[in-house]
Unconditional design. Structure first.
Length: 283
């Protein structure tokens, strides 16, 4: 039997929101906006490993709402959300939609149309690309600043690294692919590497930039064995970036943490229980 929050609809139509979006009137929106600004602590950066930066609370609530509404709209249209399956009958435990280019989980290839229904993927919205650029710029500035601290200067001297190479742990990147995943509360994703982009993109260490929205996730990274992987909680508004030496880092989603999405976000979007994740890459 399907659980309350499980999709009950067909293979090609999945609404990430529970009821049609209700447009807030201006007064309610501005009333809420006051609460949104002081909602949480400001953004904070953390280096989880060499080339892995977590920008906590980077996407403000207003932008989170916009991203969810846009993904809902695109997800219901042509090339929208579907549950990827394999020839052997297995299915991924999530709903997926590709923007920019299609990525086929069965063949691991990128293409202009998706094999299941020949639909072309929608384009990546320009506002999403701007946020990706802002996140990369912030992570590069953060690494540069960290690398200039006295402790790091010393370790840098020992490692004979230059300030430039520290900064290039996360090279610049212009996304032409975005994979959007929606995990219901039982969703998960096994440990894997993102290695289907061009050889040039991977060898240059062009980063993968990942947005988390809705319920939090227990995210695993750093090893292909679950028991050896490190753990971090990704919350709504967090941006995770992995590039440079860590471009091929193993990562996956072990669990979605129930009822952890910000209440205001749910009030504004009616997002289903679960987590929306967007990963941007350059082919
Ligand atoms: C992915 O690896 O494709 C998605 C990761 C995530 O959901 O955080
Ligand atoms: Mn991945």
């Amino acid at each position: 039997m399907l659980k309350k929050d499980e999709p009950s609809s067909s293979q090609f139509c999945f609404d990430i929101c529970q009821i049609p979006n209700v447009k807030l009137n201006a007064s309610l929106l501005s009333e809420n906006t006051g609460q949104l600004e002081c909602f949480k602590n400001g953004p904070r950066a953390q280096e989880l490993a060499s080339g892995v930066v977590l920008l906590k609370n980077f996407i403000n609530l207003r932008d989170q709402v916009k991203i969810i509404k846009k993904c809902r709209e695109l997800g219901l249209g042509s090339g929208g959300f579907y549950q990827p399956g394999f020839k052997n009958g297995a299915k991924l435990n999530l709903q997926m939609m590709c923007l920019g280019k299609n990525w086929d989980p069965e063949t691991k290839l990128y293409g202009h149309r998706r094999p299941i229904d020949d639909a072309e993927p929608p384009s990546i919205p320009v506002e999403f690309k701007h946020l990706v650029q802002k996140a990369i710029k912030t992570s590069r500035a953060f690494l540069k600043k960290t690398s200039n601290s006295i402790e790091d200067m010393l370790s840098k001297m020992a490692l004979q690294e230059t300030s430039n190479s520290m900064k290039d742990m996360i090279p610049k990147m212009s996304p032409d692919i975005c994979i959007v995943n929606f995990y219901t509360t039982s969703g998960k994703l096994g440990l894997h590497q993102d290695k289907d982009e061009s050889e040039k993109s991977i060898s240059k260490g062009l980063p993968v930039v990942s947005f988390s929205l809705g319920d939090s996730a227990l995210f695993l990274y750093g090893d292909k064995k679950v028991g050896n992987a490190k753990k971090v909680i990704l919350e709504s508004g967090d941006v995770l970036i992995f590039g440079g030496k860590s471009r091929l880092i193993y990562h996956g989603v072990a669990e979605i943490l129930h009822e952890t999405a910000p209440k205001l976000l749910l009030d504004e979007t009616n997002l289903r229980p679960g987590r929306l994740n967007l990963t941007f890459r350059q082919y």
